[in-house]
Design a protein around this ligand. Sequence first.
Ligand SMILES: [Fe+2]
Length: 291
Amino acid sequence: MRPLSTLAAVGALGMGALGWALREAQALVIETIRVPLATASALDGMTVLHLTDLHAESPRTWSVGALRQLERLEPDLVLVTGDVITQPPGLRPATRALVALRARLGTFVVLGNHDHYHGTLGQRVSGKIGRFSHPEAVLGVFREEGLNTLRNSSVRVETERGPVQLVGTDDPYFGMADLNQAYAAVDSTEPVLLLAHSPDAARLVGERRCDLMLSGHTHGGQILFPGGLIRGMTNTALRLPSTYGLMVIEGVPTHVSAGVGTANLPLRFNCPPRATLLEFVGPGRAPEALA
Ligand SMILES: [Fe+2]
């Protein structure tokens, strides 16, 4: 092949891959994952819609509109593990889209690193981190619109099978997660779902009860090479068993969601956006139910 035609072929391949990655970033996968429980608890049978990393920049951000696809699910809980926004104009539209997802027991949200600071890609490339916001301003909009917020705090949710405790940290990526404070009111005889933006929070759990930690932050790697040729980036201090999915980190059972949105570039490859319905399955249920 002549050099010019080789160049044209490489160019066409590159443009094709770019088009693919742009389309994949807007192809939401709605999946159900069964979470086996080691012991019987009030979590048995509960459904939790785990969402994370919307990265809303404006009312027109794709992930904000994509949430409409989830309105039919009606889970028991919607749990949102941070990075709701990238830029302030996305805050209220994203919050309203989350509120529109009806959950019988409520919708709860924790803060991610992008909820604390707002920087454009250009600012970050040029070494300027962007503008830090007062987190109370972000949390205030969440509350105004009807979202329940957890910031190094916990809440007890009453279900037909008994109480379930939701514990939420502030952003672990910026070192703001305070597990002592978050667990201060937790009764360890009751099941605990821990919400923490980065799965690095697993290092802080220690002996505290955590039936499942829900995290995001990794975007699932966002760009994954077929066959796992190159390890996907997770932006975590810990080396995770996988860039997303159900896993055990430092002894903590964890679901890491690949998230709905994108940061920096609106591209995904081999790692589409995900909304995950977690269905908790107690030990009395048939093993084939976990397949
Ligand atoms: Fe994120």
